[in-house]
Design a protein. Structure first.
Length: 538
């Protein structure tokens, strides 16, 4: 064997053998650090004998000698010895060392104050000869000086033990990480590894299926892509579809002037519950109350109607106090108040108003500065009102806070909020979907492309596990699905024969998606192999 080969072999043995310094295929893991992290985890889990055996067999103690020495010195009140130990710790910067020494002498000072008059001379000496020269924040020194008069912060003799334990823990925080392995460090490392694997998994849509025994990777089948059912209850184009918040119902609305409430059964099939009749014009929008007991329907040029989900009866008609057209509405999280936006094609000012479930107007924004709103939403925490106005997203803090705008270059056709209310997506006539954070620091949105949208209102939605996916209808009769981290679609669903106007992802069943189309049908898509059924008029 030549010298070069011998050298490579030696390095390989040194890294892979029991005494090797570096571990792992890439040599990124320090052996002693790994042993110490494992030992700390064993102790925290209650396996003290196993942890002690690991320390003994590996020859790697959980703590360095300085750690135990400092603990002994602190608990014994050997302050000069504490400082000597602090100064012997390698890798400690001047600032951290001064801060640690300050903690020691402050502890000594406050314990002396706790003795009473007998301890004052020594406390004064510690303050001026030990603490003041450390050049720590002068306000701290002044506070300690005042404490000699008021005895504020003094440690009573019967509280010394608990005080010194706290002092030791504070000291440990001032040292480099190698000095004291943070509690739960191994668990945190493993959890971060799992999070990283999940976030990089394109198809992750099943939060319970995570194991430590292999790298995480979900198959494509996790995404709803199998058409399991076709709902044929409408007589004309279906414009809107939305699952209830608990995922137990689906509402669809149509240009046939009706809305239908469908029941989601345990086997993932849907059956008709109620057909809501009463509108004289096409119904373009529905909104579930947060408690899922009520449903709002918005007809073109008509009053908003409130329906009882249990009975299917219309409970109330909402209208603006003036003869305006209500074109969008949304619920507040308490299910006791709604907000509506109204407009009139003539010169009358636009209005945004709130009202209770008795139809009484509570608050209104009106005037030339109020834009014509095409879509409206309230965040789940009730802190923000969001309006879509042509090519702008208008955000207002509630009840009467700041306002700011997010400006798009193209006309916005629809708005959808994420489940946590931290993000929103808008469909643009430029055939893009933009994702924005609900904050004033927005600069550049995440963009999603691939679907077709030129002239119709197309609605998209968040969905899946932790709202990690975005789905949208399209003018090419297909449904497009994106992972939030990818610009191009990961799935395209075929089946509709005309424009897909709206999609809705079941919030309680991440394997279920619904789509509404001009072909007069609603399709249900499942991630698992579901049976194919056609429901005609219930």
């Amino acid at each position: 064997m030549d010298m070069a080969a011998s050298s490579v072999s030696s390095r390989g043995e040194a890294q892979s053998g029991p005494a090797g310094r570096r571990l792992g295929e890439r040599g990124l893991v320090d052996r002693e650090e790994l042993v110490r992290v494992i030992a700390q985890s064993l102790y925290s889990l209650g396996y003290r004998k196993a942890a002690a055996a690991l320390e003994a067999e590996s020859g790697v103690p959980l703590y360095p000698p300085e750690h135990d020495r400092l603990l002994f010195d602190v608990m014994s009140g050997r302050w000069d010895a504490c400082v000597a130990t602090i100064r012997s710790v390698a890798g400690l910067g001047d600032g951290d060392r001064a801060a640690a020494e300050f903690l020691v002498w402050r502890g000594c000072f406050l314990e002396l104050l706790g003795i009473g008059d007998a301890g004052l001379p020594r406390a004064r000496e510690v303050l001026w000869r030990r603490i003041a020269p450390l050049v720590i924040d002068r306000e701290c020194v002044h506070w300690l000086a005042r404490a000699m008069i008021s005895c504020e912060g003094a440690v009573a003799p019967d509280a010394v033990v608990g005080w010194r334990i706290g002092l030791f823990l504070d000291l440990v925080d001032a040292f480099p990480p190698w000095f004291h392995v943070p509690s739960g460090r191994l668990e945190l490392l493993v959890e971060n590894a799992v999070i990283q694997q999940v976030s990089s998994c394109v198809y992750h849509n099943s939060p319970d299926e995570i194991t430590l025994f292999e790298d995480h990777k979900c198959p494509e089948e996790q995404i709803p892509s199998k058409c399991s059912q076709i709902l044929c209850g409408h007589n004309n184009e279906v414009w809107f579809v939305r699952f209830s918040n608990d995922g137990n119902y689906l509402a669809s609305s149509s240009s046939d002037c009706t809305a239908i409430i469908w029941k989601v059964e345990e086997d993932d099939t849907l059956t008709k519950k109620h057909c809501l009749e009463g509108h004289k014009n096409p119904i373009s929008f529905v909104a579930w109350s947060p408690n899922d007991r009520m449903l709002l329907t918005c007809g073109n040029g008509e009053s908003v109607k409130l329906w009882n989900v249990a009975t299917g009866e219309c409970s109330l008609k909402f209208s603006s106090s003036v003869d305006h057209i209500i074109n969008s509405c949304a619920w507040f999280p308490n299910s006791e108040k709604i907000v509506c936006a109204s407009c009139e094609p003539d010169s009358s000012p636009n209005r945004i108003f709130t009202c209770d479930l008795e139809g009484q107007e509570l608050e209104a924004w009106v005037g030339d500065r109020i834009p014509k709103v095409s879509d409206i939403a309230v965040t789940p925490d009730s802190k923000h009102l969001i309006c879509v106005c042509s090519s702008e997203i208008w955000i207002r803090e509630l009840p009467k806070g700041r306002e700011w705008k997010i400006r798009e270059q193209q006309t916005i056709s629809s708005l959808s909020l994420s489940g946590d209310g931290h993000s929103l997506i808008v469909n643009l006539n430029s055939q893009e979907i933009h994702l924005w954070k609900i904050s004033e620091s927005n600069t550049v949105p995440d963009k999603f492309k691939g679907h077709k949208q030129l002239k119709f209102v197309i609605r998209s939605c968040f969905g899946g596990s932790n709202s990690m996916f975005i789905a949208s209808g399209s003018e090419d009769s297909q449904v497009y699905i994106w992972n939030r981290h990818l610009e191009t679609p990961i799935k395209v669903l075929y089946g509709h024969s005309l424009t897909v106007n709206c999609v809705s992802w079941n919030p309680a069943r991440p394997h279920m998606l619904a789509s509404a189309s001009d072909d007069r049908t609603v399709r249900i898509w499942l991630a698992n192999k579901g049976s194919y059924r056609c429901i005609a008029h219930g």
